[in-house]
Each structure stands twice: as C-alpha cells, then as structure tokens.
Design a protein around this ligand. Structure first.
Ligand code: NAD
Length: 296
C-alpha cells in the first residue's frame, strides 16, 4: 500500500481521497477549507496544516483543484510542490484544467525528473463517491503504469489518452460533444412541443433512429422517458450548467490556441453563458431546455 498526499478535498476530491483510504492506502489530505479537512478526517484520513506537509515523504501526490491557475501556482509557484516533494514522488493532477497549463506543469515536473500525469475525470460526485469515475490520462507510459493502480481505487475506467495534456484534451473534446448534443436534443423536444408531437413518441422514435445519443437516451431533458434523468427532479444537478460552461470555455480556449474550427462549440458556450447569466448556473445543464422554450 502507498503513502499518498491529496490536495483539494472538495466535492470531488473528498470522496476520491476517502476511497483511497478505503483501499488501504495511508492518505494525508490538505484543503484551504477546514470543513473539507474535517470531513476527510471522519472518513479515516489524516489532515495536515499545509500543502507542503501533505506532499512531503509520499509515494504519490494527487491534486483535485478548481482551475488551471490553482494548479500552476501550487506546483510551480515560489516554494511550490515541485520544489518540496521527494525525488521519486508520482504526481497525479485530476483537476479539469486547460491543456496548455497541464502541459506546462508536466514539462516543469519532467525538468525535475518527476513522473506526472494529468488525469481529469468524468462521472461527477456520484461517481467519485461510488468509486466508478472514468479517468482520461495524459503522460508517459511509465507514469501511466505507476498511476493506474492508484486510479483504480477511485474509478472503474482508466484510459491512457497519450502524452502530457492529452487527458485534458480528451475531456474537453468529449464535453464539447455533450454540450452541443444536449442543446440539439433540447431544441428537438422544444420544437416537438410546438408541433404537437408527444415527448414519449419522439423519444421512442429518435432513440431507435439516427438522432440517438447519450443526451437523449441516458440524460433525457424532459421528464418521463428516462426516469433517472434530472428533468424528473426539476433539473437538480447532476452536472451543473456552470461546470458545462467551464468545460466549453476550456474547449474554446484550446480551439483558439490550436487553430481548430469549432463553431457549434462556440455557440454552445454562448448559450450556456446566457443560461448562467440568467441565474441558472447551479441548475443541471439539461435545464437549458427551459431557456430555449422561453425564447420560442
Ligand atoms: P470544489 O470547489 O468542491 O473543490 C475544490 C477544492 O479545492 C476546494 O475545497 C478548495 O478549497 C480547494 N483548493 C483550492 N485551491 C487550493 C489550494 N491551493 N490548496 C488546497 N486546496 C485548495 O470543486 P469540485 O467539484 O471538487 O471540482 C474539482 C475539479 O474537478 C474541478 O477542476 C472540476 O472542474 C472537476 N470536475 C468536477 C466535477 C463535478 O461534478 N463536481 C465533475 C468532473 C470534474
């Protein structure tokens, strides 16, 4: 069993770190919020007073932070983790961040002779609690093989997507498809309502025809056809519209830097921005159907 440092014990990091404890690892956790640390201690982990303490003398360091600037600052800022970790520490960043920062921090780690992977997740808080997350991993083969058994304690599907930053690339490409396809499905239901076509009828037909997709068959944005979807609980998240907007913004940032044309991704970003500005950031992302209906 490994000694693991875990920094960022929030909605996702807290239950992920708890699953590492459950798997028998010795886990030292740190968060800026005392409440997050107390919750982690209740699950059997140890809390530290600083990030440096959590990352000292560990085999593996996992981070789960809000955005790229937090990751850059924590690893490469003055007195950052790259200066304080032991020489053979494996670094795993599970935060969803921009590809450029992921590659920059991985290059700085490599410069210190440290193995690092970017390993963003999908599966949400439910997946983090159940230990069923999907990890999309970017990094060298050797770093991936070292990370795999640790990630397996927190997730069910572990995919090596290529070199540094490719985990982030996979995550934002996938979520751009999701954002666009959810809007497409919402538009179809809103149009069907105007045309007098029953929700269940459209579902039965489209789910067996070429309109079939995850946003329709697993996460249907109207109540009824898929009883487990957030539409059946007044769009209580789930995956919030604010999180979807964050990922669509990351996709646009990457598109601009890479010179890729993603016009529908751009439009999806502006629609989710409008939804959030309307005070709906905490609503499930499938709730955007309410805004589209209101614009009809
Ligand atoms: P969160 O805000 O609940 O948790 C982030 C934690 O990091 C907070 O507790 C915060 O105090 C802590 N933190 C920030 N800077 C720190 C620092 N310098 N040192 C120590 N702790 C620090 O967010 P979350 O929902 O757990 O999301 C974490 C990451 O996972 C994000 O990048 C998010 O995009 C990604 N993600 C979230 C979900 C989801 O459904 N919540 C799903 C997939 C991916």
């Amino acid at each position: 069993m490994a000694t693991i440092g875990f920094i960022g014990l929030g909605n996702m990091g807290g239950p992920m770190a708890a699953n590492l404890v459950k798997a028998g690892h010795q886990v030292k956790g740190f968060d800026l919020m005392d409440a997050a640390k107390s919750k982690f201690v209740e699950t059997g982990g140890t809390a530290t007073g600083t990030a440096a303490e959590a990352s000292a003398e560990v085999d593996v360091l996992v981070t789960m932070l809000p955005a790229g600037r937090h990751v850059r600052e924590l690893y490469t800022g003055a007195g950052g983790l790259l200066e304080t970790v032991a020489p053979k520490t494996l670094l795993i960043d599970c935060s969803t961040i921009d590809v450029a920062t992921a590659r920059e921090v991985a290059a700085a780690a490599a410069g210190q002779g440290l193995d690092m992977v970017d390993a963003p997740v999908s599966g949400g808080v439910g997946g983090a609690e159940a230990g069923t997350l999907t990890f999309m991993v970017g990094g060298e083969d050797q770093a991936f093989e070292r990370a795999r058994p640790i990630l397996e304690a927190m997730g069910k599907t572990i995919v090596h997507a290529g070199g540094a930053g490719n985990g982030q690339a996979a995550k934002i490409c996938n979520n751009m498809v999701l954002g666009i396809s959810m809007i497409a499905v919402c538009e179809a239901f809103a149009l069907a309502e105007k045309l007098g076509l029953d929700h269940q009828k459209l579902f039965d037909i489209s789910s067996k025809a070429s309109g079939q997709c995850w946003s329709l068959t697993t996460y249907c944005p109207v109540p009824g056809p898929v009883p487990t979807s957030p539409a059946n609980r007044d769009y209580k998240a789930g995956f919030t519209a604010a999180m979807m907007l964050k990922d669509l913004r990351l996709a646009q940032e990457a598109s601009r830097e890479a010179g890729a044309a993603t016009p529908l991704g751009k439009h999806a970003e502006s629609l989710y921005a409008e939804f959030e500005e309307g005070g709906q950031g905490a609503t499930d992302f499938s709730g955007i159907i309410k805004m589209l209906r209101a614009q009809g």
